[in-house]
Design a protein around this ligand. Structure first.
Ligand code: AMP
Length: 642
């Protein structure tokens, strides 16, 4: 990939600019805070008095919805704000800023009428339809805390999130759709509410007319009817202290229980506004297109809040990259004059299986860059898309927890030299992130080039990063800040390596989290689900390299009755996972074994299992209890069950 920009002779080197963002932290972020509207300006930029917690823009009051919608609607009411395209239902609709504000105010009025107020949780389980964005913005408007659950998750995943978030209200829809196949949401939601100890008082249903569903009398509400009642309602934005909670978003960790990543209001707004300018180079009036889903952090930051805060139109897409054909994304770029696009390497790998000429079918002259994140970007994929599109391909590394990119190249900071892209590396630490590479055993800083260490961030995390784990400060402190010996630093749980020029390379997770097509999944969650199947005595799930999806989950199960092993039982176990966690978490195979590889003390040797499954050397096996366990796995791979 060519270096996208030429460095200007008089510009500040990026490294100096980054160093200033840390050395003069408060002055740096005080300047950035001016990018958004405050009702009351911040009294203190960063309160670090209670590490590892940090509070940004203390005393300032603001509102995410005001900054994303109202302030643009006041000046440019007719400019496009939300462009919705569904290739699943053949619908396209453009909402201007004023129209978007009216929809959000009506939605906010419905929430208030249901008794939802500041600090109350609202769980959103929805497909990619405009009402999902209205719902999120309406919550932000009145200070309710939204918790969006990815529509691909099923009843158990949803139930554990309902139980943890204890929402007053759940918002859902009759169905989603994938390549023409309707996915009914309501039965999964009803089942989840049955499973959950917490019962929401009300369920607000958007009826798309895709799938018939049952309504629970006295609990279920109809969106269309309430919208008629509240059309034209005016609901002012609630001025929230900067550290109020805007949302929680669940993500997988090393235990079966997902963590509710909790974010603030003011810090998030400032971080997004800054990144939209400096990292993405997005300008008001232009169109931003992210192919992610509102159920993931990219959807929160760069489908809903980021582009709108920047005054851009955001393109929300229900569909896949290859339906009706593999040129659909480029058709949208041409039609809506997209300037900045954001996707995942998996989507590009899917396109790569199709004719490269499809990249040339449409006029892509509006497009300035394609950002890719969520999983490692392999070189062949990066080269293929760079050549096909002829625009810079920008890898960027971050996590649900950070909310915005931690490593990338930031091309758009005026007066600062652009950092050229380097294949295989997402780039360098972004301003505000005090990134450290540490020895896993000793916690010592690795300063020499090309050493592998744990990628960590020193206190305080920058604005926009998680405040804590919802309802569990101890888990936040113990999980993230106590994992590197002798240091209180935030662990990303990723291995990193820094080359002599300061570029960081990501070498995979240090924990049992796997990454399937850019989706983060905990192997423990999948194991807990499979072991709940009556036929299964014990199970191990590992992530295995996959050419298309990056990784896939592979399960090894010991049956209560080994005589029952059969392809039919494997199919049944996979269906069991689909119904409880969702197809997104479904392993590629469940292989039945008589014993799992464990140490003599009973610890499961996942790494060895993973190595064997990937055809690699499993390393030191002196602690292995039963040497036959891995031989059996080797023999089984590539063979069918039964
Ligand atoms: P999530 O919280 O779902 O966004 O997943 C975050 C994880 O995805 C990170 O901890 C990394 O393991 C991985 N990841 C995200 N972006 C990248 C990237 N650009 N390169 C390599 N790995 C990435």
């Amino acid at each position: 990939m060519p270096a996208a920009h030429t460095a200007c002779m008089t510009a500040t080197p990026y490294a100096d600019f980054h160093a200033r963002s840390l050395a003069e932290r408060d002055a740096f972020w005080a300047e950035q805070a001016r990018r958004i509207d405050w009702h009351v300006p911040p009294q203190q930029i960063c309160d670090t008095s209670r590490p590892p917690f940090a509070r940004w823009f203390v005393g300032g009051t603001t509102n995410l919805c005001h900054n994303a919608v109202d302030r643009h609607a006041a000046r440019r009411p007719g400019d496009p704000a939300l462009i919705w395209v569904s290739t699943e239902t053949g619908q396209e609709k453009v909402y201007g800023f004023a129209e978007l504000q009216a929809e959000v105010e009506a939605f906010a009025a419905m929430l208030l009428a249901q008794g939802v107020g500041e600090g109350d949780r609202v769980l959103i389980y929805m497909p990619m339809i405009p009402e999902a964005a209205f719902a999120m913005l309406a919550c932000a408007r009145i200070g309710a805390i939204h918790s969006v659950v990815f529509g691909g998750f099923a009843s158990s995943s949803l139930a554990s999130r309902i139980e943890d978030a204890t929402p007053k209200l759940v918002i859902s829809a009759d169905a989603g759709s994938r390549v023409g196949k309707r996915i009914a949401y309501k039965p999964l939601l009803d089942e989840a509410i049955t499973l959950s100890a917490h019962k929401p008082a009300a369920v607000l249903m958007v009826d798309r007319g895709l799938v018939a569903f049952e309504r629970v009398a006295g609990r279920d509400l109809d969106y269309a009817e309430l919208r008629r009642q509240h059309a034209g309602a005016r609901v002012p934005c609630a001025w929230l202290e900067s550290n109020s909670i805007s949302y929680t978003l669940y993500t997988s960790g090393t235990t079966g229980k997902p963590k509710g990543v909790q974010r603030d209001v003011g810090g998030y707004a400032v971080a997004l506004a800054t990144s939209m300018d400096w990292i993405f180079g997005g300008k008001p009036g232009e169109t931003f297109f992210s192919t992610s889903d509102i159920g993931w952090v990219v959807g929160h930051s760069y489908i809903v809040y980021g582009p709108l805060i920047a005054g851009m139109a955001t393109l929300m897409y229900e569909g896949t990259p290859v339906n009706p054909d593999a040129a659909v994304l480029w058709r949208l770029v041409e039609q809506y004059r997209v300037t900045v696009m954001f996707s995942a390497p998996t989507a590009v790998r899917v396109l790569k299986k199709h004719d490269a000429a499809l990249l040339k079918r449409h006029d892509l002259s509006s497009l300035r860059a394609l950002f890719l994140a969520g999983e490692p970007l392999d070189e062949p994929t990066a080269r293929w898309i760079a050549e096909g599109l002829g625009v810079p391909i920008i890898d960027n590394y971050w996590q649900t927890e950070t909310g915005w990119p931690l490593l990338t190249v930031a091309h758009h900071i005026s007066g600062v030299q652009a950092v050229p892209t380097r294949l295989g590396s997402p780039g360098v630490p972004m301003y505000g992130y005090d990134v450290r590479l540490l020895d896993e055993q000793t916690g010592e800083e690795l300063t020499a080039p090309n050493q592998k260490g744990v990628l960590a961030i020193a206190h305080p995390l920058p604005p926009g990063a998680l405040q804590t784990v919802w309802g569990d400060d101890a888990r936040f402190v113990n999980t993230y800040w106590k994992s590197v010996p002798g240091r209180e630093v935030y662990s990303t749980f990723d291995w990193g390596l820094r080359d002599a020029d300061g570029y960081t390379f990501i070498l995979g997770r240090t924990d049992d989290v796997i990454n399937v097509a850019g989706h983060r999944l905990g192997t423990r969650e999948i194991e807990e689900c499979i072991s709940a199947h009556a036929a299964v005595a014990e199970v191990a799930v590992v992530g295995v390299a996959d050419a298309l999806k990056g990784q896939v989950a592979l399960a090894f199960a010991v049956l209560r009755d080994p005589g029952l092993a059969s392809p039919a039982l494997e199919a049944e176990v996979l269906k069991h996972v689909d119904a409880r966690l969702g197809a997104v978490a479904r392993p590629s195979r469940v292989l039945f074994v008589s014993v799992l590889p464990k140490t003599r003390s009973g610890k499961l040797l996942r790494r060895a299992l993973q190595a064997v499954a990937e055809g690699r050397d499993p390393g030191d096996l002196t602690t292995l209890d039963d040497p036959g366990a891995l031989a059996q796995v080797r023999a089984l791979l590539g063979m069918s069950n039964g």
